[in-house]
Design a protein. Structure first.
Length: 152
């Protein structure tokens, strides 16, 4: 079986495997899972690098679709985008560091202000100013409002 897709209006359909990037493939899978979320038997969906090549409004739409799926299934997502991380019900930080000759990976749950600070880090990089913190806090609040109203 081969899936064909047209990624832009006016373009002919082409084999999916020949024209989409890894990030696009993840987003196509997300779209399919959003449609099937309440019909299939898969309990947990894992998305890694679903944010490749997207930003802004597209990232927001991806986060909204994952939140819809999350109403029926467990969704695990590794992301570098604050728009997606802000929508999480549970937020974790994955940290890697080297000890001797080993790379150690640690996972820390983030709650409240810790989550806001991590969103600020994603937004502002090395310099986390009061304005960036305010933006992160607002992003988290807007995501919660979105989940409480539009996504129900």
């Amino acid at each position: 079986m081969e899936y064909e897709i047209s990624t832009n209006p006016g373009e002919s359909r082409k084999p999916l495997g020949q024209i989409v990037s890894g990030g696009e493939l993840s987003r196509i899978m997300l779209a399919i899972k959003a449609i099937l979320a309440d019909k299939d038997q898969i309990d947990t969906l894992i998305f890694d690098e679903i944010d490749t090549g997207i930003s802004g409004r597209t990232a927001q739409k991806v986060s909204e679709k994952m939140a819809v799926i999350g109403q029926h299934r467990q969704v695990l997502c590794i992301t570098h985008l604050p728009q997606i991380a802000a929508m999480a019900d549970t937020h974790f930080e994955i940290e890697k560091h080297v000890e001797g000759t080993e790379t150690i990976t640690q996972i820390h749950p983030l709650e409240g202000e810790e989550s806001v600070r991590e969103l600020a880090r994603l937004l502002g990089g090395a310099q986390i100013t009061p304005a960036v913190l305010g933006n992160a806090r607002e992003m988290k609040e807007l995501a919660q409002q979105q989940k409480n109203t539009r996504l129900k």
